[in-house]
Design a protein around this ligand. Structure first.
Ligand code: KG4
Ligand code: ZN
Length: 348
């Protein structure tokens, strides 16, 4: 089954054609990120206008790269929420038009679910259930227990800022630009390789790691970074790097610790990580390390899945993969965007 996916929930514009939920025939993503850089965050109005400008060229390119006549597509999938309303509308209305014109089924996809299903792309191994899924992005830090496809139980979420939001806001405090996650990862890698100083003087908290729940909180970390920045007389590149590296350590420590604890409590067979923050290579290394240790100390073998970085951030291939497993179409006339859609409302 060949599904054409569309993704326009934020500042990325994506289209992709994916066969049977895993084989990518083509995937094109462009972004209006550079436009937002000088403001240090996304301007929703501008993001929506860029979606309108980019979507048709991105769609054309996707069809061209797949060398597939549009009539050979079996279904259209589109992100319908959560996200920015102006951006979402562009993708949803385009998908509805395609569904009507081509007489193909239309599958609405929850954006959070697409981050989880990015793990199926180019993946030969079958994902064994039950699964624990962590979605860490700019808007979400959620843990779910998945008994099977489409059956998700929320275990915990952030009570304030999301992990990606924390990267973005603290990077801004350090003057590192937007988006903060890649900027913090880059400078941390540079600094770690040639600086050795007492890192304890920059020690940041690891919020909620010892609490008996699966929720997260990152706004205190942001406040601690603000206090740390204010204490410095001036911030040179070396200091930027040291603080950035500690921010990355703190956020990744929290994500790894809480996720592995949940994986033990719920005795899952696989752990799936997704969302923009999952593109972070330090996070990946820590998860691999921790998972390996856990396998030695427990008899259960847990499989760890992390998508390639380009499938962690917003993309349409993940939308098409999620749609394949969900496989529930909606008449085009009934589909509306839902900017504050949660996963609870889409699952039984
Ligand atoms: O999933 P995504 O592309 O969009 C949302 O659904 O929000 O995630 C974007 C977020 C941003 O906050 C960005 O700073 C973060 O993911 N991010 C990263 C990295 N790449 C993107 N965070 C840490 N390390 C990265 N390499
Ligand atoms: Zn996302």
């Amino acid at each position: 089954m060949k599904i054409l996916g569309l993704e326009t929930s934020c500042d990325e514009t994506g289209a992709a054609i994916v066969k049977d939920g895993k084989e990518i025939l083509s995937s094109v993503v462009t972004s209006s990120e550079s436009l937002h850089q000088r403001f240090g965050g996304i301007i929703p109005e501008q993001a929506a206008r860029e979606q309108l400008k980019f979507l048709i060229p991105v769609l054309d390119q996707t069809l061209k790269e797949a060398s597939l006549p549009v009539t050979q597509i079996d279904a259209i999938a589109v992100t319908y929420g959560p996200g920015l309303i102006g951006s979402l509308i562009i993708g949803v209305e385009t998908a509805k038009t395609l569904s009507f014109a081509l007489k193909k089924p239309l599958i609405p996809v929850n954006h959070i679910l697409s981050h989880i299903y990015a793990n199926c792309l180019e993946q030969k191994a079958k994902i064994p259930f039950p699964v624990l899924a962590l979605v860490a992005s700019g808007g979400h830090t959620d843990l779910f227990l998945m008994q099977t496809h489409g059956k998700l139980k929320p275990l915990g979420m952030t009570r304030d800022d999301a992990a990606g939001e924390c990267f973005d806001k603290t990077a801004r405090l350090l003057g590192l630009g937007y988006p903060g996650g890649p900027a913090i990862e880059k400078i941390s890698a540079q600094i770690n390789s040639h600086v050795s100083i007492n890192k304890n003087s920059f020690r940041l908290p690891r919020p909620m790691t010892n609490e008996d729940n699966f929720d997260f909180s990152f706004s205190g970390l942001k406040t601690a970074v603000l206090a740390l920045v204010k204490k410095q007389k001036f911030i040179n590149r070396r200091l930027q790097g040291l603080i950035a590296s500690e921010i990355q350590e703190a956020i990744t420590d929290v994500l790894v610790k809480k996720t592995l604890k949940a994986s033990q409590v719920f005795k899952v067979k696989a752990v799936l990580i997704g969302g923009g923050v999952a593109a972070n290579q330090r996070l990946k290394a820590k998860f691999i390390n921790a998972a390996a240790k856990q396998q030695l100390t427990t008899s259960q073998k847990r499989k760890l899945f992390i998508p390639k970085p380009k499938f962690c951030t917003d993309n349409a291939a993940a939308v098409a993969a999620a749609a394949f497993y969900q496989n529930q179409s909606t008449p085009w006339k009934d589909l509306k965007t839902d900017p504050s859609l949660s996963l609870k409302t889409t699952t039984s």
